[in-house]
Design a protein around this ligand. Sequence first.
Ligand SMILES: [Zn+2]
Length: 202
Amino acid sequence: MFVESKYQNKLKRYDINSYPAHVCKTSIPRLHMASSRSSSLTEMHRTRFINKIDKESLERGDHIYAYRKGGLYSHHGIFIGEDRVIHFVRTNEGNTSRRVEPCQKCGVDKNHLRGVVKSCVDCFLNGHSLRRYRYSASHRRFATNLGGTCTTGDADPPDVTISRAEDLFNTKDFGDYDLLKNNCETFAVFCKTGKHYYRKPI
Ligand SMILES: [Zn+2]
């Protein structure tokens, strides 16, 4: 069983500064790259069709993601089946300036969404396109794809992935959200691989 101490050991084992980033660029550098409006727009255009899938092709244990804010950043999670996704959020996913009624399908209250949460797929997508993160990507794909879309690392079997996600949902023990070191993408990659990584912004 996945327990707190085990997770803490894993964090030590995969020291965030020394972990060889086999994981592709995270979604975080996207924010830094967006400092140039023209390069940001080009990147958004390129990402439009990458990894896009239909809901019907979702498989249990998939690492999925969806862009936000016109492609400026992406939100990641683990699909566990039966229209549910476990994901790691910083604070409110919705617009904090207005109250949002709890979802009638999954009961999630977006006004108080924080930490490791479980929601329906629609709440996760928040109106954006569904995409599947790639594992075991070739080095060529790794080099040519954009941040937050793939990794050359291998994924563990779906049941192992889901078990990690469920355990972290139950224990709420993925630590504090950190934009660079501990975010929704590192959460999903950890569930898929058992490894925690941190890649410094480019
Ligand atoms: Zn929902």
